[in-house]
Design a protein around this ligand. Structure first.
Ligand code: KIV
Ligand code: NA
Length: 265
């Protein structure tokens, strides 16, 4: 299959075709999601929690994310691979954003980058897109601003809805090719989706976005902790893996593994 490219995503919006995005952090998951036909894979800074075991996304670094981007790019034959810019790697200004994004494209092999924030980050988005780097924006609940936002809360309720629409329009005007909407009221996401020419990608943003994204470990039950309301779990890989590990352990302790068929004469 052909590589998914940004014009395909824009054509999907024009024709009303919905599409899915998943996070991926390694080659095997990237291969599987690619084979499933997921057109866009995000190497999210959610790797902070889901790979590295941090409490939130703030501590994860470019150095920690780059190897994951490389691994996902190697596994993704058709999917467009988006690399998340981590906290502190683009906020100080366009120059910093460019420096970080160049690394994800040159060293990581990513096809696009994502950053959190609205109109205030238009200079970063303009600098990146002006240098040939496609940018996905991320609005609503932006986990890198968890402390400023007062924790995990729905964003854009009431009069904040107008601000969210304005931020989305500012990102589009700055050249973003898509906008993630995280934890915003369904009605607000619907409004943003109608007003933008570029696709919206919802996560906890109701049914009217052009696309939907989930963190793969939430979607597949690898994350066995508390899950937010917006997560739908499609598999219980955590339970499957726990059972496999227990049976392997029991086989080894009981002398049932390896058997003759696993041994060399
Ligand atoms: O890091 C991430 O996984 C994300 C998605 C939830 C959009 O930013
Ligand atoms: Na992220």
């Amino acid at each position: 299959p052909r590589r998914t490219r940004i014009p395909h995503l824009h054509a999907f919006k024009e024709s009303g075709r919905r599409w899915a995005m998943l996070t991926a952090y390694d080659t095997y998951t990237a291969e599987i999601f690619d084979e499933a036909g997921i057109p866009v894979l995000l190497v999210g800074d959610s790797a902070a929690n889901n790979v590295y075991g941090y409490e939130n996304t703030l501590p994860v670094t470019v150095e920690e994310l780059l190897p994951l981007v490389k691994a996902v790019v190697r596994g993704a034959r058709s999917a467009l691979v988006v690399a998340d810019l981590p906290f502190g790697s683009y906020q100080t200004g366009p120059e910093q954003a460019l420096g970080t994004a160049f690394r994800f494209l040159k060293e990581g092999g990513a096809h696009a980058v994502k950053l959190e924030g609205g109109a205030r980050f238009a200079p970063q988005v303009e600098a990146l897109t002006g240098s040939g780097i496609p940018v996905m924006a991320h609005l609503g609940f932006t986990p890198q601003s968890e402390h400023a936002l007062g924790g995990f809360r729905v964003q854009g309720r009431g009069s904040a809805g107008d601000q969210l629409v304005a931020d989305a329009l500012a990102m589009q005007a700055a050249g973003a090719f898509a906008v993630v909407l995280e934890m915003v009221p369904a009605e607000v996401a619907k409004r943003v989706t109608a007003e933008l020419a570029i696709p919206t990608i919802g996560i906890g943003a109701g049914p009217d976005c052009d696309a939907q994204v989930l963190v793969w470990s939430d979607m597949a039950g690898m994350n066995r902790g508390r899950k937010p309301r917006f997560v739908k779990q499609y598999a219980d890989l955590g339970a499957t893996l726990l059972d496999a590990a227990r049976r392997f352990d029991a086989d080894v302790r009981g002398g049932h593994y390896p058997a003759d068929e696993h041994s060399y004469t």
